[in-house]
Design a protein around this ligand. Structure first.
Ligand SMILES: *[C@@H]1O[C@H](CO)[C@@H](O)[C@H](O)[C@H]1NC(C)=O
Length: 223
């Protein structure tokens, strides 16, 4: 018999995002305003089609469309444009163990920019473009596919007959789910789509202030 899987993800994502957005950014120098401001995220997250009895499947898949604004020209890094390697403008985002980035694109004013490289470390994603500057304005970055560690973003819990994946999104864990930029305090809109196995439920609290609903002796949900 296929066990019933309960996905309790977005309620917690939402409430934690509020926390995230109200958290003070940790700039090393508070006098410097961020040059990049996220405007919106369109996220699609897919949990693996794994058996509930196998919580060890470690990866989720994501797709991220992020709109942001650059309010100050980025680059050139040096006055010597002739040195082509050091004259690719870069932007660095925070991630936590996100990997396998596929088909990353950056669009500015309707034009797709040539991406030179996407360099990943455990905690950063650095995008460099094949041009020395990024001009102020609005950009759309799309990561068509990436993977993240369930264990770093979500938790799994056996709740009696049900299995539960919940968000693990304390504000500082958000980069384990999607790339962020300096934990900004600005208002960012989120649109989140969940892809999950048939026979499972995805629950969200949304923005509503609904009361929690009891689903069994051990669990309640908030719609
Ligand atoms: C990435 O781009 C290649 C080539 O255009 C395409 O075949 C592939 O499906 C794309 N992958 C994703 C995840 O969009």
């Amino acid at each position: 018999m296929i066990p019933w899987l309960l996905l309790y993800l977005f309620g917690a994502v939402h409430s934690d995002l509020h926390k995230l957005l109200s958290t003070l950014p940790q700039y090393s120098d508070s006098r410097i305003p961020p040059i990049l401001r996220p405007l919106s995220y369109d996220l699609q997250l897919q949990l693996p089609l794994s058996e509930v009895s196998d919580p060890d499947i470690p990866l989720f898949t994501g797709r991220c469309v992020m709109q942001f604004e650059i309010n100050q020209q980025i680059g050139p890094e040096s006055a010597f444009i002739s040195d082509s390697t050091s004259n690719r403008a870069r932007i660095k985002f925070d991630i936590i163990m996100l990997d396998h980035f596929e088909n990353v694109s950056l669009v500015y004013n309707g034009n797709e920019l040539e991406i030179f490289n996407v360099q990943l470390t455990d905690d950063s994603m650095e995008l460099s473009v094949d041009q020395p500057v990024l001009f102020p304005g609005r950009y759309t970055m799309t990561i068509h596919r990436y993977k993240g560690l369930i264990g770093s973003a979500l938790y799994y819990r056996d709740a009696g007959e049900h299995a539960v994946f919940g968000s693990h999104l304390f504000p500082n864990r958000a980069p384990a789910v999607f790339p962020t930029y300096l934990g900004t305090t600005e208002k960012v809109t989120f649109s989140i789509t969940m892809v999950h196995p048939i026979g499972t439920n995805a629950l969200t609290s949304g923005a509503s202030e609904a009361y929690p609903r009891k689903i069994d002796d051990n669990w309640q949900v908030r719609d």
